[in-house]
Design a protein around this ligand. Sequence first.
Ligand code: SAH
Length: 307
Amino acid sequence: MSARSRVDDDDEKVIAIMKPKQLQSELQDLRTFSNPKQNLEQYATTPLLATKLLQVASVEFNDIEEKSVIDLGVGTGVLAIGAKLMGAGHVLGIDVDADALEECKENLEMYDPELEVELCLMDVVELIRRYDNDEDEDEDEDEDEAVSVKRKDYVWPRADTVLTNPPFGTRRKGADVAFLAAAMKMAETAVYSFHKTSTREYIEKVAVKKLGAKSAKVVAEMKYGLKNQYGHHRKDEVEVFVDVWRIEPSSSKAKKDADDDEKDEMFEQNLRDLAANIEELQLSARQRKDKERNKNSRKNSDNRKKW
Ligand code: SAH
């Protein structure tokens, strides 16, 4: 595959922007999850669906070309790669699954020159859960306090546009909302997200009322042919109706005055800080588990004493 670069007036390499039909056939050649993990709800976005989202985001809203983009739950990379092929600037792919990131890397390497997408291993759901619990935990036992990462210490990676085909929350409860919450913290301008049409009212309520979105609109409606890759559906393929949402985070977050260099620098710094935060999170999660275990074993021995 070729990234079909050309040389512009400033002698800088830029990737030619693709037309939808061409983009769709290009995305068709990408590999998808070779061993999809059910607990992570790994369903690859079909090339048709990915193309539709990218086309709307790019043509109707000018949210892709030369914009920084984060693909949240990047999987094997169809949205991140599509965005890059549509002329996005810096693209960052985030996923909790190292195997998926490996396969995404292989997809990037199929291009000549290799497509530049930065990849980052991160558990988005755990990060949001810790973030939301911080305030409650402040009043709890102080043992945790030394290691717990405080609300004010969180530094989220930021991009103009965040794209996500999130877990629908059927396996890990609340994963869909956690993804939306994280996406909205990361986006300067807009979040694009797929959700089942049957959850339309709920998503609007969550985005606007719970997460404080400035706006939340369905910008495309599609049919999603979900392959029976996990064997728990009776049919080989089930049709799911999905909406493509465009959600604008609250305007207070938009830092439009920062110049581009400053933004890049902040972005790099954010990533470094975030990596440090994640180490702390993993540590505090381990300590919390140990504490729970101790509590339980204490409870059990108390119970035994009563008997
Ligand atoms: N963006 C890809 C994959 C969508 S499937 C595509 O469009 O084809 C959802 C993705 O979210 C999977 O790759 C899964 O590994 C990832 N994911 C699930 N839970 C996650 C979590 N807690 N943190 C980060 N990524 C997660």
